[in-house]
Design a protein around this ligand. Sequence first.
Ligand code: FRU
Length: 481
Amino acid sequence: MNNHERQIEKANTFIKENSNQKERDYQPTYHFTAPVGWLNDPNGLIQHKGIYHLFYQFHPYSADWGPMHWGHATSSDLVHWEHQPVALAPSEDYDLGNPGEGYGCFSGSAVVKDGDLFLLYTGHIDSKNPKEVQCLATTQDGIHFEKHPNNPIIDKPPHSLSNDFRDPKVWSYEDTWYMVVGTSHNGDGAAALFQSDDLINWEYCGPVAKSDGTLGDMWECPDLFPIQNKHALIFSPMKDEGHGKALIQIGDMDYDTKRFTKDYDVEIDQGFDLYAPQTFLDEKGRRILIAWMDHWASKFPTKEEGWAGAMTIPREIKLNNEGNVRFQPVEELKMLRAKEEQYHELNFTKSFSPETKGQSIEIKSSFDLSTTNSETFGLKVLKSDDGEEFTEIKYDAKTSKVTVDLNKAGHVSGIASAEVEPSEELLLHIYIDRCSVELFINNGEKVITNRVYPKNTSNQIEFFGEENVAVKELNVWELKK
Ligand code: FRU
């Protein structure tokens, strides 16, 4: 057994012995969480031979971030995930540091070349004087991974890039492999571009895109990909060591000059809990995004239960006819729908409560703004019997803003808000899962994702308004475990 195999076996044994040891009161029913310990970024998202693979930043040994492993799960439908053995563990001089120091197999991606699956990740050592290099891992069976003998395949950041040099995302375009790596270029957040014919030897092509001075001093987890007739660049910016909100830029990639030019950028999510998103193209041709449904600044009340971190539901990214980016839950999530409550042309004043109660719920509600004369209206979810605890989703017609108020939601605070294009209709599509609320507004024009930690009895739904509220359609589903 080599050291990598030993470290993997040690981690797998620990996971087996320590999963399900503590009762998880906050366990979501359909969001992905680690079997034990800490989880952050999704890594290596890919569909290979029909099977979806989700790898993730994983510290099995405690509920805090620590030496990074790659956890692994597979799915045939993007909804039901099966835990697999740990894929990568720190084991070599380029990804194993001294005890007590942050080190490990940092974020990265997966590709399929000639039918085989490959992982690309950052080896990180020495937290005081970080050394970050890019590495390759191979597999025969898609379950057991070996580190490539040529590692590190990129052994230092090229001139003018900082020591922050991580999170390789690889794709192929017209028979050439390209890799973006998150970094800082002369002090500005940037994505460094490399190209290769064989995934082993890489040539530096310069920064493919960088901050204009307003978008952070370091870009984590860049992701560059074709989308319809454009390209998109996603990254999670940092400034002064703090983490900002993940952005998507839509624009054009010139593969001759090796530069990406943006038309515009927007936040991927207006909530507090979405970071380090990664996308992949599935076999149906969809561009799917999964993100860490937390943020480095989030509270993690679940740590007391021995775990921290969850993934968002998978979201499909598309450009509409005007070229604006839209995020929609993947259609497979419909298979979770159980008992349904349904209304057409429902009018209420002040308050309306559907019969359905629960903490694993999907709600779809379209409001007729032309006949609603309430200036503000909305709904409370995860509401307690005494009405003291709730997450409030509210629309304000004067400002065209949707807000999600967390101040009574349990263990969190703040108000997230998103402005939407004025229109005759407002569409709210909500996924609730014990300790999260994901809100898709107007078919993914804006998304607001938040973690909330209510009591397990706070399960009511209540619509409210000041005057008349006209609901064209309302569907409430209990979701299956
Ligand atoms: C983003 C990030 C990455 C890094 C990983 C470490 O959340 O900081 O840049 O590779 O997490 O776990």
